[in-house]
Write a protein that binds this ligand. Sequence first.
Ligand code: NAP
Length: 253
Amino acid sequence: MQDLFSVRDKVVHVCGGSRGIGRAIAMAFHEAGARVIVSARNREALAATGLEFEVCDIADSAQIRRCVDNIVARHGRLDVLFNVAGINYRHAAETYPEERLDDILAVNLRGNYLMAQACGRVMIGQGGGKIINVASLHSHFSLAGMAPYGASKGAIAAMTRALAVEWARYNIQVNAIAPGFIQTDLNRALWEQEEIRRWALERTPAGRLGVPEDLVGVAIFLASAASDYMTGQVLYVDGGLTAGQTWPLKVPR
Ligand code: NAP
């Protein structure tokens, strides 16, 4: 039974693995005996993980190709891609700066797509693999001030289904993790605002905000043989937020 969830000796690329959610996943896979390669833009943050790394900006397709080629040259294969890299910028929809829109789509949509494509080609050639994208609450519903981010994360859910359908014949499973409110660099300033924090806690049935380590269990499941017959799914790891809300109704106990 333990082997079902084993990721030992798997070659695992965590794109966006230097900080936050990606870093927690990378560390957990390293501890579980996987051969982990993290990639991101900032070399110092990558080196600080102590893991094997590739400097790669996924807004640049040439860097994506070089990154994946280097991994395959060193390890001979690539079993798992975690497509975690993502950015956000909050601004009213009607005056959203065009260059910020372009940046978000270049990373969260185009970059994630091209990384999946480059890794998918390797997986097709070797007879299988696992791709795990990172979606969001915004794949399911919207919060004001994040229209381009929401558009990109809706696209990630659609892309997950599309690649799953197209690559099932190659024994590649493509799924997505949709995290709820997870405290990382991406949103630290937000959770420091007491009003926002209280608002989020009231809406999260689990009664707490998430931490990156909350995503590790589902990451192991999606990267292991335990999920071999599951593809094209978006799994919400959100403390129950998208399941519904508690409310002040007094019910008999
Ligand atoms: P984070 O702490 O800001 O980490 C983002 C990671 O992506 C870093 O390793 C960053 O490193 C890398 N990255 C950013 N732009 C990149 C680029 N152009 N090329 C390559 N790597 C790049 O964010 P996080 O909260 O862990 O978020 C990770 C993912 O989860 C994102 O896709 C985000 O949308 C999603 N998510 C987060 C939450 C949440 O509550 N935190 C909720 C839902 C979804 P460099 O800056 O050095 O490149």
